[in-house]
Ligand binder design. Structure first.
Ligand SMILES: [Fe+2]
Length: 190
């Protein structure tokens, strides 16, 4: 339970897909710019009480066909409004065995240190060549708590665009806070 935890949280995948489709994103232009995430108002999306702890925007994650996102951590980590440690990621389209998320860590589990890139909203990992692969996770039908602050990479081996929604916790909530909140709401079985 260090990097990712599946949640028993019901959501309407079709509603989430309609939400994404309505944004008419230009995926080709985004792929050219290597920009795979876009923030949007939540509009009709409703998850109930967990929303008290989540931001009032959601991120559409577009993983382009045959595309790899190198090891990074999410959020710029420089201010409260651009930092987040945990999200709930919802599989929406083309989440199969052919799209994989890898989590990386140091062998000795020492703390991760970052170079902060505010302009692209991401954190580079110091000494990332020393990271080792710790876990590979495949999104299919279940949402999962995702530890954004930890190094991860993503690969899409198929010819289709993979779509997910990432709904982030407000920056004041840590990984352990998020686990407790989800346990209290019965999204995680003990
Ligand atoms: Fe990421």
């Amino acid at each position: 339970m260090k990097y990712i935890v599946e949640l028993n949280l019901d959501y309407d995948k079709n509603q989430f897909l309609e939400f994404i489709n309505r944004k008419n994103l230009n995926y080709d232009a985004m792929a050219e710019k290597k920009k795979w995430h876009n923030n949007f108002e939540i509009e009709e999306l409703d998850l109930g009480p967990i929303m008290n702890y989540l931001k009032d925007v959601v991120l559409i994650l577009s993983l382009f066909p045959k595309y790899q996102i190198p090891i990074h951590a999410d959020g710029a980590g420089t201010r409260l409004d651009n930092t987040y440690n945990v999200s709930i990621n919802f599989p929406v389209k083309n989440c199969t065995e052919e799209t994989k998320t890898h989590f990386w860590d140091f062998e000795d589990n020492r703390p991760i240190k970052y170079i902060h890139h505010e302009n692209i909203g991401t954190r580079e990992i110091i000494d990332k060549d020393q990271l080792v692969l710790k876990q590979t996770y495949i999104f299919k039908d279940k949402p999962a708590l995702f530890r954004n602050e930890y190094p991860h990479s993503v690969e899409n081996d198929c010819n289709d665009l993979r779509l997910m929604l990432s709904w982030r916790f407000k920056p004041e909530y840590s990984w352990n806070d998020a686990i407790k909140i989800c346990k209290d709401l019965n999204y995680i079985n003990d």
